[in-house]
Structure formats: structure tokens, C-alpha cells
Design a protein around this ligand. Structure first.
Ligand code: E4P
Length: 221
């Protein structure tokens, strides 16, 4: 399973890239609204930092025509832009056009809350689908269970759309979607940092250093 960073913050993105674990970035209008500066410049800078890796950027239009137009504008910003299209009939029409007409634009169909939505998005031509597991858990359904179901269906139906587990809220979500076979988990920076830590690791380092210091003191006596 690959990791994408779910962020539009340049500091977080640079830091996560330096860890060597990030294979892409996903943004959304909420994440972008937290950042300063012109939107297109921000997208270009994120894409430059990610080199060849995919950067998902979401459209705001609500009609398929508007989505297609916006998607083509976003795709022209950098080679590695993946256009995020919200699920729905207008979204499906847009994905179908973008994946079959003219210069193809890879699409990530977002706000997926059922296996049927994922199936339709895949058939329309989506390169990625993003089930939102945290938001499903928020309404007392089973977010990880949805990822498992989509993976089972895509595997037995031999669909090549990649599944991005999104709306990840904590490290256990990450382990569970990895076990479910998700192709990608898009993770907020705070969760990525939590994943790297364990109290026994901190304690272990503390003890090794204390033992080393003690030996060195004894050597000097
Ligand atoms: C995914 O692509 C979305 O940007 C994101 O994971 C949404 O997460 P949230 O439910 O925490 O807003």
C-alpha cells in the first residue's frame, strides 16, 4: 500500500517527502482554504515538490460541463495533476468525457460512500476512487468494511481503478485499510507522525543512551 499525504500545506508536504514514504498528495477545497496565496501557484508548487507523483486537485463546478472545463484548466497546471471529481451523475459524465475524449485527464472520484458508487466511478473511467472511511464511521457505519468490500469487488471483477482509503482519522485506520488491501491510504500529517511513534521505542532509546553514558562514566573512573 502506498501513502499519499492529505494536505495542501507546503511545510507538511516538504517534511513528509523528506521521510521517503510519500508517493502522492491529495487536496480538497477545505484543505486549500487553510493556505495563503494564489490557488494556482500553490498547486504548481505542490506538483513541483512531488515531481512525477500524482497530486489530486478538486473541481468546484457542479455541472459536468463546468467540471470538464475546470479539470482541463487544472490539468494544464502540471503533468502530475489528477483531477478530483465529486461522485454523482454530473461527476460520472465528467469522468467519462475526461477519460475518453481528447487529451486524457486522470480522475480521482471523491466522496465515495458505497461500493455501488465505486463500481460506477470505475466503469466511467476513474483512475482512482476515494471512499471516505472516517466520515462513514462518524455516522456509525463501518468505513474499513466499505474499503474491504470495494477491494473484494474490484479484485473479483478485475477492475484496474486504484482504491484510495481517504478520511483517515487515526493510525489504526491505516493498519486496517492496509490489511483490507487498499492500494493507497491518504493520510493527514498528524496521523503520519503518530504512525512513526511508539512509547517503547522512546523508552528503548532512552535506556540505550543511559546505559552508554553509565559505561562511559565507569570507563573514566
Ligand atoms: C481525501 O481525498 C480527502 O481530502 C480527505 O481524506 C477528507 O478527509 P476528512 O473527512 O477528514 O475531511
Amino acid at each position: 500500500m502506498k501513502f499519499f499525504l492529505d494536505s495542501a500545506n507546503l511545510q507538511e508536504i516538504k517534511e513528509a517527502i523528506s521521510w521517503g514514504v510519500i508517493s502522492g498528495v491529495t487536496t480538497n477545497p477545505t484543505l486549500v482554504s487553510k493556505e495563503a496565496g494564489p490557488f494556482e501557484e500553490l498547486v504548481k508548487e505542490i506538483c513541483r515538490l512531488l515531481q512525477d507523483n500524482p497530486v489530486s486537485v478538486e473541481v468546484l463546478s457542479t455541472t459536468s460541463g463546468g467540471m470538464v472545463e475546470e479539470a482541463r484548466r487544472l490539468a494544464a497546471l502540471a503533468e502530475n495533476v489528477v483531477v478530483k471529481i465529486p461522485m454523482g451523475v454530473e461527476g460520472l459524465k465528467a469522468v467519462y468525457r475526461l477519460s475518453s475524449e481528447g487529451k486524457r485527464v486522470p480522475c480521482n472520484v471523491t466522496l465515495i460512500f458505497s461500493a455501488n458508487q465505486a463500481l460506477l466511478a470505475s466503469r466511467a473511467g476513474a483512475a482512482y476512487v476515494s471512499p471516505f472511511i472516517g466520515r462513514i464511521d462518524d455516522i456509525s457505519w463501518d468505513g474499513v468494511g466499505l474499503v474491504r468490500k470495494i477491494m473484494d469487488i474490484f479484485t473479483c471483477q478485475k477492475l484496474d481503478t486504484l482504491v484510495i482509503a481517504a478520511s483517515i482519522r487515526h493510525p489504526l485506520h491505516v493498519e486496517e485499510v492496509a490489511a483490507a488491501g487498499a492500494h493507497v491510504a491518504t493520510v493527514p500529517f498528524s496521523v503520519l507522525r503518530q504512525m512513526s511513534r511508539h512509547p517503547l521505542t522512546d523508552l528503548g532509546i532512552e535506556r540505550f543512551l543511559a546505559d552508554w553514558e553509565k559505561t562511559r562514566r565507569e570507563e573514566k573512573i
